[in-house]
Design a protein around this ligand. Structure first.
Ligand SMILES: *[C@@H]1O[C@H](CO)[C@@H](O)[C@H](O)[C@H]1NC(C)=O
Ligand SMILES: *[C@@H]1O[C@H](CO)[C@@H](O)[C@H](O)[C@H]1NC(C)=O
Ligand SMILES: *[C@@H]1O[C@H](CO)[C@@H](O)[C@H](O)[C@H]1NC(C)=O
Ligand SMILES: *[C@@H]1O[C@H](CO)[C@@H](O)[C@H](O)[C@H]1NC(C)=O
Ligand SMILES: *[C@@H]1O[C@H](CO)[C@@H](O)[C@H](O)[C@H]1NC(C)=O
Ligand SMILES: *[C@@H]1O[C@H](CO)[C@@H](O)[C@H](O)[C@H]1NC(C)=O
Ligand SMILES: *[C@@H]1O[C@H](CO)[C@@H](O)[C@H](O)[C@H]1NC(C)=O
Ligand SMILES: *[C@@H]1O[C@H](CO)[C@@H](O)[C@H](O)[C@H]1NC(C)=O
Ligand SMILES: *[C@@H]1O[C@H](CO)[C@@H](O)[C@H](O)[C@H]1NC(C)=O
Ligand SMILES: *[C@@H]1O[C@H](CO)[C@@H](O)[C@H](O)[C@H]1NC(C)=O
Ligand SMILES: *[C@@H]1O[C@H](CO)[C@@H](O)[C@H](O)[C@H]1NC(C)=O
Ligand SMILES: *[C@@H]1O[C@H](CO)[C@@H](O)[C@H](O)[C@H]1NC(C)=O
Length: 483
């Protein structure tokens, strides 16, 4: 009796449940999710490892399918990650039915075609990663209407346009649209994504000025807009970005004007890359001593501009510097001695300027130096012997100066790591530097247009096994190959 009643109650409950169920057709459940994935599967034209073809089988639960994660509570798909499976296909609008999806990644495949508007229905989506595909057309502005979205990555596709929306991406923290074909001005709705910490728009065809309102995105840690066609000046408002760590604006050859000195006041800044623009003016001499905190700057890349003045004498106060590239500008004056105090420096390029005077011997004190380029200046005097004692050195380019004197005959470590030694077009004298014989990693050796004399050991080919380029010509006729 009791059992029958329970059974009847159960049946009633079940009927009620299915009634509620079928009465609202729009209700989505795990079947909807499964159907959406089957539509996606049908849109895949190439599946080289037959992963989906075999694994996404209707006879098993969708929650066990490869790349699928279901939530415990609602038993719905919460994550779909089919990245890097070699898939070719298009993205069907039915993906917009995966209404519990928080993560969607199809990166590193060959998906093509445009993105369906329906993705905007994914109102729980936090991470969307379509990197490294061949998607094209418009980046649907509706995506920026997903208020839960925190990370949107569309790197390396073929998107060519973006519709300007207003008030987009209230919680967007990371936006990567780099390596696409996007044109026009930097869309203003990006300037309304107030939570942005990471913005990468590099390698597109954006034109126009850098909007000064970027300075209002005060949570930004990374701003990467290099390799576009941006023009005008770098807005001084960027100095408001108090959390900024990386400012990367290389290869916008129409960027002009001075580097706003306020930028150097950002105490969190680690990387500045303004290589290959048309920036003018002097570097502020207090650029490393602006603020009360010690500078965090690690990379200062300003090569290929038209910067003038002298190299800031207090550069050594940027103690964390590892990479200093100031080549091919119009810097004049001496190389500051205190550069020898930048003990972290690995890369120091100041070639192609109008520097005069001698190479300070303190450069030989840099214990971690790997690459030193001082070529095409007006440097005179001897090459400090200490330079040849830096055991970490890989590249030494001093060509096209007026350096004189002879090279040390015996050196400490014997340049165990040197790959390039370019000393041509100077006024160097003395014997062929015999220590070179022990530089077993040497690939490029150029000594031409100097006044070396004596013999080149005939065994040179035996010991320099890595050598690819050897330029010795146009020395005084006294340099002879030993027979
Ligand atoms: C599909 O792949 C998942 C994860 O690798 C595995 O657990 C499952 O057993 C596979 N299902 C079938 C039918 O091959
Ligand atoms: C799934 O999406 C398609 C296209 O967006 C729509 O036509 C269909 O009604 C949806 N299905 C369900 C069960 O919601
Ligand atoms: C974004 O959402 C708002 C309100 O929710 C709506 O009015 C607007 O049309 C949506 N925009 C897009 C591009 O979907
Ligand atoms: C985008 O729209 C805003 C107004 O909402 C306008 O000021 C701006 O010029 C537009 N930008 C582009 C690139 O169309
Ligand atoms: C921005 O994207 C470009 C191109 O994909 C990449 O080379 C660069 O490293 C990215 N910048 C950052 C800071 O991740
Ligand atoms: C940006 O910040 C400036 C102050 O630096 C403020 O005057 C302006 O209204 C802000 N613009 C936006 C769009 O928030
Ligand atoms: C500077 O940028 C232009 C345009 O992007 C490019 O063609 C050129 O090779 C770059 N120059 C250097 C030195 O990188
Ligand atoms: C740089 O920052 C310091 C505080 O950290 C401030 O006192 C100074 O005025 C700032 N300099 C400029 C040029 O804004
Ligand atoms: C640089 O280092 C030398 C010692 O190599 C020291 O005498 C000098 O005071 C240092 N300069 C500064 C500005 O710290
Ligand atoms: C280099 O500096 C010298 C004097 O210091 C000057 O005469 C010469 O014009 C400068 N050259 C360039 C290319 O700026
Ligand atoms: C050598 O340096 C001078 C400047 O000192 C420069 O004008 C010239 O182009 C350089 N030559 C080569 C071959 O790099
Ligand atoms: C090169 O050195 C020789 C002798 O050491 C000297 O006579 C000559 O003036 C020097 N040339 C230059 C351009 O400094």
């Amino acid at each position: 009796m009791a059992t029958n009643q329970t059974l009847r109650l159960f049946v009633v409950f079940f009927l009620l449940h299915s009634l509620t169920y079928s009465s609202s057709l729009s209700t989505k459940n795990i079947i909807t999710d499964k159907d959406a994935l089957l539509v996606l599967k049908a849109h895949i034209t190439h599946d080289p490892h037959t992963l989906l073809a075999k694994n996404w089988s209707t006879s098993t639960s969708v929650c066990n399918w490869i790349g699928v994660t279901c939530g415990v509570r609602h038993h719905r798909i919460t994550a779909l990650d089919i990245s890097n499976l070699g898939l070719t296909g298009t993205i069907p609008p039915q993906l917009g039915n995966l209404s519990f999806l928080a993560l969607l990644s199809i990166s590193d495949n060959n998906f093509y075609g445009s993105l369906p508007y329906e993705l905007a229905h994914l109102h729980r989506l936090k991470y969307l990663n379509f990197n490294y595909n061949q998607l094209s057309g418009n980046v649907p502005s509706s995506i920026f209407n997903i208020s839960s979205l925190q990370e949107l990555s569309l790197k390396h596709n073929r998107f060519s346009s973006m519709v300007n929306v207003s008030g987009g991406g209230p919680n967007l923290m990371s936006l990567d649209l780099s390596e696409n074909l996007l044109e026009g001005e930097i869309p203003s709705f990006i300037l309304e994504c107030k939570q942005l910490q990471f913005l990468n728009l590099s390698f597109n065809n954006f034109r126009g000025g850098i909007p000064k309102e970027i300075g209002n995105l005060t949570k930004l840690k990374t701003l990467s807009i290099g390799d576009n066609k941006l023009e005008g000046e770098i807005p001084k408002e960027l100095g408001n970005l108090v959390e900024l760590e990386s400012l990367l604006l290389p290869d916008n050859v129409l960027l002009t004007g001075q580097i706003p000195s306020l930028l150097f006041n950002i105490s969190s800044l680690r990387q500045i890359d303004l290589t290959n623009n048309s920036l003018t003016g002097d570097l502020p001499h207090n650029m490393c001593s602006h603020h009360h905190h010690p500078s965090m700057l690690e990379g200062l890349n300003l090569s290929f501009n038209q910067l003038t003045g002298t190299i800031p004498y207090n550069l050594q106060q940027c103690r964390e510097l590892t990479n200093v590239s100031l080549s091919y500008n119009q810097f004049r004056g001496h190389i500051p001695r205190d550069i020898g105090n930048l003990t972290m420096v690995k890369v120091l390029y100041i070639g192609g300027n109008n520097l005069t005077g001698e190479i300070p011997f303190e450069i030989g004190n840099l214990p971690n130096l790997e690459e030193l380029g001082l070529e095409s200046n007006n440097l005179v005097g001897h090459i400090p012997a200490t330079v040849f004692n830096i055991s970490t050195l890989k590249i030494l380019a001093l060509l096209n100066n007026t350096l004189s004197g002879s090279l040390p005959s015996i050196i400490g470590f014997g340049l165990p790591n040197v790959e390039e030694l370019s000393l041509s077009r100077n006024n160097l004298t003395g014997k062929f530097p015999s220590f070179i014989i022990n530089a077993s990693k040497l690939q490029l050796l150029s000594l031409d247009s100097n006044s070396f004399s004596g013999f080149i050991p005939s065994t040179i080919g035996n010991s320099l096994t890595s050598l690819e380029f050897l330029v010795l010509g146009q020395n005084s006729s006294h340099l002879l190959l030993q027979s």
